[in-house]
Design a protein around this ligand. Structure first.
Ligand code: NAP
Length: 339
């Protein structure tokens, strides 16, 4: 069993920088340590919380059980196929570190997902995505401890129930699996995706029509740095709301009143709205509530102005949800996991 710590502050373990204390806390650097920690929690009847980078959660209370911080490491090429490299990474690796490692090795495909905070193990939870690439499109499988059976299992893509910023690990299987390793299938000879407006504009400015993966990575890093508040400066959990999906006729009705409203047609006929546009248009950018605020540069991000408590963030989020519902008749769903 790894060393058990008691009454540990989680402030430095969540990117929102919210103060909350764990009754018990362990670092898990191996599968054996994860198994031992899970067994101990089960034996004592403690609830468990697995933490990666703490970048997509809001801690709303002190945690009364065992917090397991994943700190296992390792990145390896496990298979070279005609059409892809299969790369395995430990859950405790930094996601952005993995992106840079793969690009340095000449394995492309993760460039659009550069600078997303958090760990490799957390990436499947919300099927991380940015600039038109979602984890599921490069996902091969993951190894996880099934806490119901005590066995380490391999789950393929179909078993993970990936959807837009969602998976079984946030829903039906929440708390069942501890993700230990993730394997990615990185396609060979596939040109990078640069369909998103910010990326297109970036390369148009440079006069580059077919950028390489490393150039796309550099562009994503620069664009994100300019738009998204750095958690080291103003605590945040990235996008606070998912982009809502609405029916095509609802989108058409909204367009009558808001001709500039962006919408992206989805397979199946629904239209994805940009939650950030709705929030910005409703005048929320920069507004504050207690220690929480809506970012000045990206309306989709709620930030900790210093000393925010979870209640501030939740009250601000609820005020935004109510206003967007009243103005547009659209429901905003939070993206981070509330603990
Ligand atoms: P943006 O370019 O201002 O666009 C606003 C929204 O419109 C995005 O959220 C994006 O949806 C959607 N969109 C834009 N162009 C699209 C296209 N060609 N096809 C389909 N949908 C399109 O977005 P942004 O806020 O600067 O973010 C850029 C990217 O980084 C987005 O993909 C966003 O999801 C990602 N991001 C993720 C987080 C996070 O915490 N998970 C935080 C910040 C940014 P999608 O979100 O579905 O891509």
């Amino acid at each position: 069993m790894p060393t058990l710590h008691e009454n540990v502050s989680l402030k430095s373990f969540n990117t929102f920088g919210i103060e909350s204390r764990a009754r018990y806390f362990v670092q898990c650097a191996s599968t054996a340590e994860v198994t031992a920690a899970v067994d101990q929690a089960a034996g004592r009847g403690w609830p468990r919380l697995v933490l990666g980078g703490g970048s997509n959660l809001l801690l709303t209370r002190d945690f009364p059980g065992l917090v397991m911080h994943m700190s296992n490491r390792g990145i390896a090429l496990v298979e070279t196929r005609a059409d892809a490299f299969v790369v395995r990474a430990a859950a405790g690796e930094s996601w952005h570190g993995l992106v840079l490692h793969t690009l340095d090795a000449g394995w492309n495909g993760l460039e659009n997902l550069a600078l997303i905070p958090g760990t490799v193990g957390a990436a499947p939870l919300q099927n991380i995505g940015a600039y038109g690439v979602e984890l599921e499109s490069v996902f091969e499988s993951l190894d996880a401890l099934d806490t119901q059976t005590g066995a380490v299992v391999t789950l393929k893509r179909e078993a993970c129930g990936f959807a837009y910023r969602d998976s079984i690990f946030k829903g039906v299987a929440r708390d069942r699996y501890v993700i230990l390793e993730v394997s990615l299938r990185l396609p060979r000879n596939k040109p990078p995706a640069i369909d998103y407006a910010d990326l297109r504009a970036w390369f148009a400015r440079l006069g580059v029509s077919q950028p390489g993966a490393r150039e796309v990575c550099a562009a994503v890093v620069a664009i994100r740095r300019a738009k998204l508040p750095d958690p080291a400066v103003a605590g945040n959990a990235g996008s606070f709301f998912k982009n809502p999906l609405v029916a095509a006729d609802k989108f058409a009705a909204l367009k009558v009143f808001y001709p500039d409203l962006p919408g992206y047609a989805q397979p199946g006929g629904a239209v994805k709205l940009a939650a950030g546009w709705l929030i910005d248009h409703a005048g929320w950018k920069g507004r504050t509530l207690g220690g929480a605020a809506v970012s000045q540069t990206q309306a989709l991000v709620l930030v900790n102005r210093g000393g925010a408590v979870a209640a501030d963030v939740l009250a601000l989020a609820q005020a935004i949800q109510a206003d967007i519902r009243a103005r547009f008749g659209v429901e905003l769903i939070p993206e981070p996991v509330l603990v």
